[in-house]
Ligand binder design. Structure first.
Ligand SMILES: CSCC[C@H](NC=O)C(=O)O
Ligand SMILES: [Zn+2]
Ligand SMILES: [Zn+2]
Length: 410
């Protein structure tokens, strides 16, 4: 167990922090881990300097579709002064909790896949289907140069993947969370224009006034969604979330901002997440009519938006991979809770869009969700238990004999 934990810590110590991740260090490390497992390996640069590592454990029946275990190698930035232990040190405290950026999101999962394969090989297990592992770059900044290009590639098609597993979220309770779809990310910037003027003058249609009207309207909508959530009976992934990311306006001066000049431009940015169950067209109409109406001298732009429809992976008897997953977790002594819509975004959306079903799953129970937060940590025991869960899942998936795949549906 000590060696297993040390290998996890070693991966966590590699600086793959956005916006300057040392991708090749991570890839070299994973390759060194894969060597003793005799996995086939290829490194693909869809974009220069952003390697995607693809590993393959060859199954004995090449006529069966394979499955893919995906993880991203990058992590989000941190404010190290706000952490109890430095986020790149992967310090394990006396409770056995390992503190590091990526300990939950999602270097844990990437290493657990490999450790599970190591254990299966040691036990003499031979896969019937091929198992692919992808270690992809750039998930945290949208995945466009990583999983998106991969999922759209000829290479991906040629792998004949029937099901993808990707990241989920830690569960504060005993049962693991599983995700079968995601909210669609809308990173929205609204801009207002208006005549400038003296700071002492009251007049209509200034950029600031125009922007504030929109912000008030957006806040009312946010409150209505938050109220639904607070009232209970509805999950996080089933309401629209709206949060202001930035406000930008004013005329800079050496001491701050000019105080007696009403600026001619002002803008605000919002992180909005739209559930598949919500009428996105109606929401976009609201945006055009109420949040950024041209009549009020406003315009808008999306910095990020998933185009097209949102695909859902069946999490019922119609999808054999669902039952296999549920059962495998059970056999490992765990439990899955009711499948949910992922509240944020993961690379799984690109695989689903390519027509391949995908589940979001991180085997982390009894742990607060600290993704992107200070003091992200994972307990050693939870990490080790997660490896056993993957042993069980990989065994079940790799042994599944049926030729039938399953395609995604809306
Ligand atoms: C919308 S692209 C950014 C992806 C990112 N994923 C995880 O946190 C997220 O903010 O959901
Ligand atoms: Zn992640
Ligand atoms: Zn993340």
């Amino acid at each position: 167990d000590d060696a297993i934990v040390s290998r996890f810590q070693e991966y966590l110590r590699i600086n793959t922090v956005q916006p300057n991740p040392e991708y090749y260090k991570a890839v070299d490390f994973i390759i060194s881990q894969a060597k003793p497992l005799s996995l086939e390996s290829q490194t693909i640069e869809f974009v220069k300097g952003k390697p995607l590592l693809l590993l393959k454990w060859v199954g004995s029946d090449p006529t069966l579709p394979a499955f893919l275990l995906n993880s991203h190698t990058d992590v989000v930035p941190f404010e190290d002064s706000k952490w109890t232990h430095h986020p790149l040190q992967a310090h394990m405290d006396h409770h056995g909790d390992i503190y590091a950026r990526g300990s939950q999101d999602m270097k844990c999962v990437g290493m657990q896949y490999l450790e599970a394969i190591r254990k299966l090989q040691a036990s003499g297990f031979k896969p019937l289907r091929s198992v692919y592992l992808s270690f992809v770059p750039d998930e945290e900044i949208g995945g466009h140069d990583g999983a998106e290009k991969f999922a759209e590639s000829q290479l991906f098609k040629s792998l004949n993947i029937a099901i993808v597993l990707d990241e989920g979220l830690p569960s504060p309770t005993e049962s693991y969370r599983v995700f079968y779809g995601e909210r669609s990310p809308w990173w929205l910037v609204i801009k207002a224009k208006g005549p400038p003027g003296h700071g002492a003058k009251l007049y209509d249609n200034s950029a600031m006034e125009n922007l504030l009207k929109s912000i008030e309207s957006i806040r009312r909508f946010r409150a209505s969604q938050f109220d639904l959530l607070k009232a209970g009976g509805i999950a996080e992934g089933d309401v629209v979330s709206v949060n202001m990311a930035f406000l930008k306006a004013g005329t800079p001066s050496p001491t701050g901002f000019v105080m007696n000049l009403q600026p001619s431009e002002a803008e605000a940015g919002f992180d909005i997440r739209v559930p598949p169950s919500v009428d996105a067209e109606a929401l976009e109409r609201r945006l055009v009519e109420e949040w950024a109406p041209a009549a009020r001298n406003m315009s808008f732009e999306f910095k990020q938006k998933l185009t097209g429809k949102q695909f859902l992976t069946a999490a019922d008897d119609s999808n054999p991979w669902w039952g296999l997953l549920e059962n495998a977790v059970k056999e490992a002594g765990g439990r899955t809770s009711k499948p949910e819509i992922f509240p944020a975004s993961t690379d799984a959306r690109y695989f689903r869009k390519a027509g391949v079903p995908a589940f979001g799953f991180s085997p982390i129970s009894n742990t607060p969700s600290l993704l992107h937060d200070h003091n992200e940590y994972l307990g050693k025991a939870e990490y080790l238990k997660g490896i056993e869960v993957y042993v069980s899942i990989i065994k079940a998936y790799a042994s599944y004999e049926s030729k039938s795949g399953s395609r995604d549906e809306l």
